[in-house]
Design a protein around this ligand. Structure first.
Ligand code: NAP
Length: 488
């Protein structure tokens, strides 16, 4: 295990056991799960590998704690989140290093994720005391109608590896604020950030049993029984559409409340009146944030014919100048992909596009070194039947195509089963609003390459899922409405 001492200290500081009912404990089977550094392929450490019995124990703890937690004063629930926000902020450098080690992105990007992740705790600390009902006179004047909001109950959370902390805080934050207990299962590649977060919440005063964390290499067999257990009342999943679909089916058994944050295939539209300098900067953020491994990553660039060539060559110049390397090194711009399977997916999609006539403007090959590097790539003249325009590439590849009218641009953008986010660059206000109304997505970046904000409702339509995380909408996912008909 050849990791430098600061890295070792950070890895050692995190609990490696399961966190159940406020106790840190080994899995019932005593098995462990290896965590790898994707920049070197070396093992960083091992964490407990939960069995289905461990997961059932976690749900039992969540269920036993639910009644008491639901009546915990909202101000105190908020203050726990606020303290956790402050602890995360104070330890941002160490948490960023931990994230870079297990996930691969650069330290700068990990720090940005830590800030983003902590913002959900700050936001929901404030929302905890704003859960309100209604009192109304019935239309016939005789009765009264009282509505109240109550916590949904024990929740099951499943998160992906690409944003190991933020995908957790945007579920944990509103659940804690609303008075729900939970079982969290992070991705097997990146369990350390979530275990560190559990330690921080414990230190911030979150009572045992409210948050339970199970790390596991066998997601299906560990989470399946919980999804079908009547004690669980909600499932919130972030991950691929393929797995999301299976979980929706499983959730039918107990008629669970379900939130699904699934895959994306974001179009990036540039009209001929756009500020091209801004569009290139926005494209770099929308494409290269998180090494392209983001559900919000621009997956395809549709550019007005007169400016398509210039945009593609300027983007290629900027992406070609980015330095690949281990994310812990100071001057590195792009880290490795998460694993070899992900690199193979990216390679296949690029080769398919090339086979159908796409021109390589830059990249289109693996990077050097032992890790799972792939060079930032721009493809021009991508044929409409190339798979890369339909499938989520999840890597640093920008396919560029052109359009000749506004209608054609919107039609191309909507020609996908996904509907998470789109990006639009234009200086014409009327066109901007027309296009925003026509796009079939849950979110739009208008003249900006990033939409994520804890104060805004994040989520998709079509096969990108349903439910919203963040904003005032975020806490509603964790609340039930109860109506009392009052006879005066
Ligand atoms: P994934 O394969 O769907 O895995 C996501 C999570 O689901 C992981 O924790 C995984 O565990 C778990 N899982 C897999 N199969 C399961 C099963 N049968 N039962 C229960 N849990 C199961 O997705 P990924 O490759 O990690 O993440 C990338 C995907 O997430 C992309 O499609 C991306 O667009 C999407 N995403 C969406 C959003 C959004 O907000 N819309 C945000 C980020 C990412 P293991 O780690 O053990 O496999």
């Amino acid at each position: 295990m050849a990791v430098a001492s600061q890295e070792q200290t950070v890895v050692d500081s995190v609990g490696k056991q399961l966190y159940i009912g406020g106790e840190w404990r080994d899995g019932a089977g005593g098995a462990t799960l290896e965590v790898e550094d994707p920049a070197t392929g070396e093992t960083l450490t091992e964490v407990a590998d939960a069995t289905p019995d461990d997961a059932v124990a976690a749900l039992a703890a969540a269920s036993e704690t639910q009644g008491e937690w639901a009546t915990h004063p909202p101000r105190e629930r908020g203050e726990i989140l606020r303290r956790a926000y402050e602890l995360i902020t104070a330890r941002a450098d160490d948490l960023a290093l931990l994230m870079t080690l297990e996930m691969g992105k650069t330290l700068k990007e990990s720090k940005a994720e830590i800030t983003y992740a902590s913002e959900f705790f700050r936001w929901f600390a404030e929302e905890a005391v704003r859960i309100e009902g209604r009192y109304a006179v019935a239309p016939n004047g005789a009765g009264r109608m009282l509505t109240m909001k109550q916590p949904v109950g024990p929740c099951l959370f499943i998160t992906p590896w690409n944003f190991p902390m933020a995908m957790g805080t945007r579920k944990i934050g509103p659940a804690v604020a609303a008075g729900c207990t939970m079982v969290m299962k992070p991705a097997k590649q990146t369990p350390l950030s979530m275990l560190a977060l559990a330690g921080i919440l414990e230190e911030a005063g979150l009572p045992g049993g409210v948050l339970n964390v199970v790390t596991s290499s066998a997601s299906g067999s560990v989470m399946g029984p919980l999804i079908e257990d009547p004690r669980a009342r909600k499932l919130s999943f972030t991950g691929s559409t393929e797995v999301g679909r299976k979980l929706i089916e499983q959730s039918a058994a107990q008629v669970l409340r379900v939130s699904m944050e699934l895959g994306g295939n974001a179009p990036f539209l540039i009209f001929d009146d756009a500020d091209l300098d801004d569009a290139v900067e926005g494209a770099l953020i929308a494409k290269m944030r998180n090494v392209g491994e983001a559900c919000t990553a621009a997956n395809r660039f549709h550019v007005a014919e007169p400016v398509a060539g210039e945009f593609a060559s300027r983007l290629a110049e900027r992406m070609g100048a980015m330095k690949l390397g281990r994310g812990t090194e100071e001057d590195v711009d792009v880290g490795p992909l998460i694993d070899e399977a992900q690199r193979e997916t990216v390679t296949d999609l690029v080769e398919d596009a090339r086979g159908k006539g796409a021109k390589v403007l830059v990249g289109a090959e693996p990077g050097d070194g032992r890790g799972y590097f792939y060079k930032p790539t721009v493809l021009g003249d991508v044929s409409p039947d190339a798979r890369i325009l339909r499938e989520e590439v999840f890597g640093p590849v920008a396919p560029v195509t052109s359009f000749d009218s506004e209608d054609a641009a919107v039609a191309a953008a909507n020609d996908t089963e996904y509907g998470l986010v789109a990006y639009v660059y234009t200086r014409d206000l009327k066109r901007a609003l027309r296009v925003c109304e026509g796009l079939q997505t849950g979110m739009i970046g208008l003249n900006q390459g990033m939409v994520s904000n804890a104060a805004a409702p994040f989520g998709g339509v079509k096969h990108s899922g349903y439910g919203r995380e963040g904003g005032s909408e975020g806490i509603e996912e964790y609340l039930e409405t109860k109506y009392v008909a009052v006879n005066l």
